[in-house]
Ligand binder design. Sequence first.
Ligand code: MIG
Length: 692
Amino acid sequence: MIRRYDFGSPIHTGAVVRELAVENAAVPFFATEVQEGRVSFTIHMDVDDLVFGLGESLRGINKRGHLYRAWNSDDFSHTENKASIYASHNLLLFSGREKLFGVYFDDPGAMEFDLGYTRGDTAVITSENGDLSVYIIEADSLTAICKEFRGLIGRSYLPPKWAFGYIQSRWGYSSDPEVRNVVKEHRDRHIPLDGVCMDIDYMEDFKDFTWNKKSFPDLRKFNADMRADHIRLIPIIDAGVKQLKGYDTCDVGLKKDYFVKKADGKPFVGAVWPGRSYFPDFLREDVRTWFGGEYSKLMDEGIEGFWNDMNEPALFYSEESIAEAFAVADKLRNENLDIHSAFALKDAFNGTANNMEDYRRFYHEVDGQTIRHDKIHNLYGAYMTRAAAEGFRRYDSSKRFLLFSRASFVGAHRYGGVWQGDNSSWWSHIKLNLQMLPSLNMCGFLYSGADLGGFSCNTTEDLMLRWLQLGVFSPLMRNHSADHTREQEVYRFANWEDMRDILTVRYGLLPYLYSEFMKAALSDGMYFRPLAFDYPTDDVACRVEDQVMLGSDCMIAPVYEQNARGRHVYLPEDMLMVRFRSATDYDLTPMEAGHYWIELALNEMPLFIRRGHVVPLAKPAEYVEGIDFTDLRLLGWLDEGVTTTLYNDDGQTTEPVLESGLTTITVTVEGENVNARGEGLTLNVDDVIVGE
Ligand code: MIG
């Protein structure tokens, strides 16, 4: 059951697709206070209460005990003290002995979530603008609450099947021969690969929808050659449009008045990669239609996927803020800089980036109303994603395209996926990566992943390998790193063969992972869940922060510490451990519920399959199109027969129907004798273990 409560004059965010009548009563569960335009919601938390949600945000799966702020921010340093990153996913789930409900705050402006930070037993959620709708969601389990919520916000984005392949990316790839070489290094060593991302250096002077004709002289042919090798090129698009006469996107945008404006009616100028830039008003439908259509300039060359960046929007400076900084500098130029003035000078320039003052300098048109940017800040990236997705649909409505964004808001989950932004090559970020995945799923963002190996800082070969072992399971499996950091394509490392072998596990499991993803997407379910969702009465499971459930049959528990030769794992029920070294080299250990220390050499990764379930494994391939989805080996620990279903489709149908993609697999057990059949499938049961 979902009930809606309104405060102030809620701005239409597009997050919700089901129109609900507004309740007249007070919001249940919370004490509400309206003060100076702000609205706050206070709730007492019992000692045992758990708090989940907030999608892409820092810290743990259980969000209790800290402060979070909904304010989409370009922040490349994901440390524990940060309250905001790129997304605002304002869903919370409260679960305890006396409580079980979800609450969604549909507010496009700044919000604060004090979840036991100021007082350990109290959560205070504050809307700074006070214009919002609050949805209270009740059902009999956390999983059911999320399903209800997903019904409210609409079906998740469906990527094409090839987007589940391994993708190599790096900021710095800047020419056709360079990218070809990256592909060749993979293919020569039989390292699986399905895509290469092209970062900003493919563009001509960082201009959206252009490419550098010197370094990419024939993009169409280049792309065609790549396609023949089962590789997709995935270019980046930034939110800011370079200010330049004669640059088509800029000229048209100015002529048609498509950019956000200041109070004086002049277009706002902020700087990003190309220097001074304009920012499309993605909240306007006509602007979305135009900008979404611009992607066709690259699609006409054969491109089938994009990533949208810098759409918080990130601002290096504005004309105004840089002028103020120079004024400070001029004033201090001949001074003897002491502790105060020296820092004032530095701060004057550092403070120009992503400055709150700048976010108050420009306006949007929303449904005929003029709204200052800061009131709707958190929608900007989501509407850029929407613009792109709608453009793709107009371009070819019969085909799924790959799209993932950095900034997002609930609602954008219908249009694209997200990557987790500029993480670092730190061990703690493997764990952070794991913790964000189920939270993102709660909010509908199923297609997601982090920069494997880490974006900032220099990676190491053991970190790369351990991170890939988690990446095997994330729908977006992309190795990405920043310019000037250590090169981290897997072939750069002495132990590349171990990395290749781990990648074969991804391709071997892909029929299963794709099936579980599509089942979740088409039924408003979750691909990743915290253990608390599946074992709500198990107090240990409810607080596990470094293991998550995957699909209906599995649990994962990656190693995320350097020099570790294993890890502690808690099994809430009997499970079969599959310890993979590759898709063809693994061992099976049936394990009863309980606590274990599991030995895991650097080249080994575990998958836990619930007793009574089977998981299919295909023969490894070097690209998704090469996987035989019909020739499968079943892994499992059974006491009796079981039936399961496997979803598959052509990988690009835009309106797939769950039922028509399902094949039933029936496993029978008679004594030691196991048999399995499924229409059109060749099934091997040598790895199904029976009984004790
Ligand atoms: O300010 O395009 O998060 O993935 O490599 C940096 C360059 C801009 C930020 C993205 C990152 C990308 C980088 N971009």
